[in-house]
Design a protein around this ligand. Structure first.
Ligand code: ADP
Length: 559
């Protein structure tokens, strides 16, 4: 801008200087030409009067004057010329000024030299005797004058130009300085040229608009971050080169990333050939999926291409934790296989015994043993089917109604029902504690206490002890079933809640176990938001605690 202002000032100064020089020279030239012409006319008039009086002798006297006087006869022949000082045969009748003088009494004409640098002015006057007196003078033309004045004018021009240049530089700097110091963050606070007020107003409006748009963008970004931060699923947004644009905390956790990896290449941050292929496929085909294990869990990766205006912008990778689903599927397959096996064994026993009886291969005295075997296997089948039904109902979680239920009352009922079995083995079973009411499904709570007490008797020693305690602690209802039985070796304690898992299969079968009791306890406790704690020492006994949350205010009733 400084350069532009400088150039403009210099150009204007140059043009003004040139125009001024031309106009002044033109005016002066005109003025002096007029003066000269008037002087020449006066001199011609005086000379004419003198020639009228004195004739040729006057002309002979003025021979050496600055003007040239020519006396011309009416036929155009030169009677006398003050320059040559003689008569001449030259005929001037064709000259414009002479012709005009002969016709009108006066005539004038200008003639230029070959180079156009000199001009001769002619004035002619007709005398009383019909002759013509002509006066002429030569002078420099305006062009010659201009050429003559060129050096001083150029010198003045250069000096003026240099001064204008200096002035222009200072001026342009002075003009530009406030513009350079403009505070564009707060355009309306600038105290500067009035002319740029509309521009500053516009900048201010645009600043406000940008601020609003920025605020809106920030808000959207915050919303996006909040939403993705709350997501259980991992989310990774990447551009078409695989550079991470956004990654949520769940994804960081899944990929084991501790630092912010935004801006880095995803395939370098998390090196996995399958996932890299999945993303590549998604970029090419639009969508791709894969399942991969990671850090002890099972994940599903869904990659989708992001498109805009017909072009590929990048990809979004969603990561789902499908461990539970995979486990459930595996458990279901195992359970089906186990159920088939568990059902097949007693059925084979029943079929075998029945076939022997049918074929008359069983002696009369052995008949009770065989029929007893059939009855026990059938009872085991019934128990097994009942437990399977209970478990599948618990899996469905339907048909249960929660109500205020006293755990102590259920424990009393269980102890009474198991009394005969305990007595047969001389096992002492006792209840202690207080009446604690929880909000639960009576049938399921009965199953929990029954299975725990049943196990405490089944895996006890003859003459052993079983204690059932119910109490309230820290806002919870705590059910404890402890026994002085065979205990569970440490390596089995984490697995006894699995379906069909038994520490000693023959002992379990011999005592009528199905291998589903603790599994039912686990599911029924979970249905009541309860937690289970099992402590056992092999050879000494087992203690199982189920901790239930107490009834909420709405359910509570004074017992
Ligand atoms: P089961 O029908 O075989 O008793 P459970 O699911 O109730 O099946 O128990 C699983 C296994 O845990 C049992 O087979 C047994 O080996 C072990 N167990 C359960 N309770 C006790 C206990 N109180 N004392 C010793 N072992 C136990």
């Amino acid at each position: 801008m400084t350069k532009k202002i400088f150039n403009s000032v210099i150009t204007v100064a140059g043009i003004v200087l040139l125009a001024s020089a031309v106009i002044i020279m033109g005016c002066l030239y005109n003025y002096f030409e007029n003066v000269r012409e008037d002087g020449l006319k006066d001199e011609l008039a005086l000379s004419a009067a003198a020639v009228e009086d004195s004739g040729i002798s006057y002309l002979e006297k003025v021979r050496s004057g600055s003007c040239r006087i020519t006396w011309i006869a009416s036929d155009g022949t030169v009677l006398y010329d003050t320059v040559t000082g003689t008569k001449s045969k030259e005929n001037h009748s064709g000259r414009a000024e002479v012709q005009s003088a002969l016709e009108t009494g006066e005539g004038q004409s200008n003639r230029y030299s070959g180079t156009l640098l000199e001009k001769t002015i002619y004035y002619a006057k007709r005398m009383e005797d019909g002759t013509v007196l002509r006066i002429s003078v030569s002078s420099a033309t305006a062009g010659r004058l201009a050429l003559g004045m060129l050096p001083p004018v150029m010198a003045a021009f250069v000096i003026a130009l240099a001064m204008s240049g200096m002035l222009a530089r200072r001026l342009s700097r002075r003009i530009v300085k406030p513009l350079n110091n403009l505070d564009l963050e707060h355009p309306l606070e600038n105290d500067t040229y009035e002319e740029i007020s509309p521009l500053l107003n516009r900048i201010s409006r645009q600043n406000n608009k940008i601020k609003e748009q920025f605020k809106e963008l920030k808000q959207r970004e915050t919303e996006f971050t909040q939403v993705t931060a709350c997501m259980k699923e991992g989310l990774v947004l990447m551009d078409k080169h695989g550079i991470i644009l956004s990654i949520n905390p769940a994804a960081n956790k899944i990929f084991g990333l501790t630092k912010d990896s935004t801006g880095q290449d995803f395939l370098i941050v998390y090196r996995n050939h399958e996932i890299a292929q999945c993303i590549k496929n998604a970029m090419e085909t639009g969508h791709s999926e894969t399942q991969q294990p990671g850090y002890g869990r099972e994940y599903q990766f869904d990659a989708s291409r992001i498109e805009s205006a017909g072009g590929v912008m990048g990809a979004v990778l969603l990561v789902f934790d499908i461990t539970e689903k995979v486990m459930a599927e595996r458990n279901r397959r195992e359970f089906t296989a186990n159920v088939s096996h568990e059902l097949k064994t007693p059925l084979q026993g029943i079929t075998g015994s029945a076939e022997l009886i049918e074929n008359g291969m069983v002696k009369q005295e052995d008949l009770p043993r065989f029929t007893g075997h059939i009855r026990r296997e059938a009872a085991r089948l019934v128990a097994l089917v009942e437990d399977i039904i209970k478990l599948s109902q618990l899996d469905e979680k339907t048909g249960y109604v929660k109500e205020e239920t006293c755990l102590y009352e259920i424990a009393e009922e269980v102890v009474e029902n198991l009394g005969d079995i305990a007595r047969k083995r001389n096992i002492d079973i006792k209840i202690s504690g207080e009446r604690v009411v929880i909000c639960g499904v009576r049938k399921l709570l009965y199953e929990i206490i029954y299975n725990l007490c049943d196990n405490a008797i089944k895996y006890n020693i003859d003459g052993g002890k079983v204690k059932v305690n119910i109490e309230k602690t820290k806002g919870n209802a705590v059910l404890t079933v402890s026994d002085t039985g065979i205990g569970i070796p440490q390596e089995h304690t984490s697995r006894v809640f699995e379906r069909f898992y038994r520490v000693d299969k023959s002992h379990s079968k011999a005592s009528g176990g199905t291998g589903l009791g603790l599994s039912i306890v686990k599911h029924a406790a979970a249905y009541h938001d309860g937690t289970i704690d099992l402590q056992s020492v092999a050879g000494k006994g087992t203690k199982v605690q189920v901790i239930f949350p107490l009834c909420s205010q709405n359910f509570h009733k004074n017992y």
